[in-house]
Design a protein around this ligand. Structure first.
Ligand code: NAP
Length: 266
């Protein structure tokens, strides 16, 4: 069986470097190059301290795709560049598997259309941890019966976007199941701006940023005389890698954009 050729955009980052190690452990996958404006031409494995991998850094996505002909582009970069990276890949017939967050619903629709025009697949997962996907599913189920809810997400202090992609996805799933309701006292006033968090369709999302945290989320439901808390913690970035591995394999069999790991879990 031919190996799936994989390029990684952002291979020096916290997630990207974990993805390089994951590829090294899977004999059905071949890491061909890293896309990064720095370290042009140097071996990614050497720079990461993993030993030579015969996969160089290439400064630009288009050049990486033309020269190293990957089947899949894994992206763990930043919200500023990820959409253009995806467009470049899809137009070149290369299937993106994306963990970088910060997409709008319009972006998702546009990228899906582009995938279908090109006849290839793409996967964006705001959270590649299986436990986080279960947390979202359980929260959606609970929202049917307990519509009073708040989301508290906690991440390391270097995260660029707030709320997290996971919190937004959880909110969308809750919204799809929950009866319409604007929570809280109608005359509630904030004496410190932002104290009540971000407003999403009648409920609130709170973002905590501190060094020492990785990726954590609580969904708290309230009803008369009781609360229910559903919590997920990623305690290291290895937690995301079985999901990335699965997405690389699934994206080869699909046409159109899949948004969310739950759509490929059997
Ligand atoms: P990070 O450590 O800052 O890594 C990002 C990497 O991308 C850095 O090495 C950065 O290089 C590089 N980069 C910046 N601009 C680039 C460009 N134009 N082309 C190629 N590489 C570029 O961030 P992280 O913690 O790995 O997170 C990356 C993304 O994944 C974030 O959006 C985060 O929210 C998301 N994330 C997703 C999941 C999930 O399960 N889906 C889990 C965790 C994180 P410099 O440092 O030189 O700028």
């Amino acid at each position: 069986m031919e190996k799936i050729r994989v390029a990684i955009a952002g291979p020096r980052g916290r997630m990207g470097s974990e993805a390089v190690k994951m590829l090294m452990k899977d004999e059905t996958l071949q890491f061909v190059c890293g896309v990064d404006p720095k370290y042009n031409g140097e071996d990614v494995g050497d720079i990461l301290g993993l030993g030579a991998l015969s996969a160089p850094f290439v400064p630009d996505v288009r050049q990486a795709l033309e020269t190293y002909r990957p089947d899949v582009l894994v992206d763990f970069t930043t919200p500023h560049v990820v959409k253009q990276n995806m467009v470049t890949a899809i137009e070149a017939g290369v299937r993106p598997v994306v963990g970088t967050t910060g997409f709008t619903p319009e972006d998702i629709e546009e990228l899906d259309r582009l995938c279908r025009t090109q006849g290839i697949g793409a996967i964006i997962a705001p959270n590649f941890a299986i436990g986080a996907v279960l947390m979202m599913k359980f929260a959606q189920e609970a929202a049917k019966y307990m519509p009073h809810v708040e989301i508290i997400e906690q991440h390391h202090d270097q995260k660029l976007d707030a709320p997290s992609g996971t919190a937004v996805k959880t909110a969308e799933m809750i919204q799809a199941a929950r009866q319409e309701l604007r929570q809280g006292h109608p005359e509630e006033k904030e004496t410190i701006e932002g104290a009540r968090g971000g407003y999403y369709n009648g409920f609130r999302i709170h973002s905590v940023r501190l060094p020492g945290l990785v990726a954590h989320q609580e969904v708290i439901f309230g009803a008369v005389g009781q609360t229910l808390t559903i919590r997920h913690d990623s305690i290291n970035r290895e937690s995301f890698m079985p999901g990335v591995n699965l997405a690389i394999k699934k994206v080869m069999e699909h046409t159109g954009l899949i948004y969310g790991l739950e759509n490929i879990m059997v």
